[in-house]
Design a protein around this ligand. Sequence first.
Ligand code: Z5A
Ligand code: MG
Length: 188
Amino acid sequence: MAGRRGALIVLEGMDRAGKTTQGRKLVAALLEAGHTAELLRFPERSTEIGKLLGSYLEKKNNMEDHTVHLLFSANRWEQVPLIKEKLSRGVTLVVDRYAFSGVAFTSAKELSSVEAAKRGDFGNERYENNVFQEKALQRFYQLMKDDSLNWKTIDASKNIEDLHKEIYSLSEETIQMAQETPVGELWK
Ligand code: Z5A
Ligand code: MG
């Protein structure tokens, strides 16, 4: 199968939708089935930029909104050479949040900043309140109107095993499809 590229499978959704749970299970199942697969996550909190984002999300520091947006973006760009290299070597990448979260959360912030500012500390991290999450969800629906990206909607209220089966089956299809499609650029 030399020369066949890996697929980029992105899991997006609201806080606690089960992305990390499903991402881990998916990679384990793909490996078991003989695929080469790895899990990535964004924000990737281990890099210098990621550490800044981690403390911002934990409300240990404050930053100007545009600056934070660009740091989230930079946190992805710093991984892009590695992502391209892995895809071209045939590694399927399962990605726990990507640029769609970047757009959805920044634009939700613009909409809800007044309302959010009135609110107390709902969750442990910044953005973890119902109003904000709802705004971000609406932004995800808008982004999903772009059919060039092969979005699949999954009902996250199902049980973990049923969801896993559904995501696994969609991923197998996606891996097959990716082999016939060259790696493209997002939003170009
Ligand atoms: N953010 C941003 O603003 N800009 C960007 O560019 C990017 C991100 C990339 C941190 O993200 C924040 O960064 C996030 C967006 C912003 N803020 N918010 N919201 P994160 O990915 O590090 O954290 P998160 O996604 O918000 O939360 P999470 O806790 O990682 O959620 P999850 O991964 O979707 O869920 P989980 O950990 O798999 O599951 C949560 C719990 O539910 C756990 O106890 C599971 O056992 C349980 N669970 C999972 N699935 C099920 C089902 N099906 N049934 C019942 N229980 C379940
Ligand atoms: Mg998670």
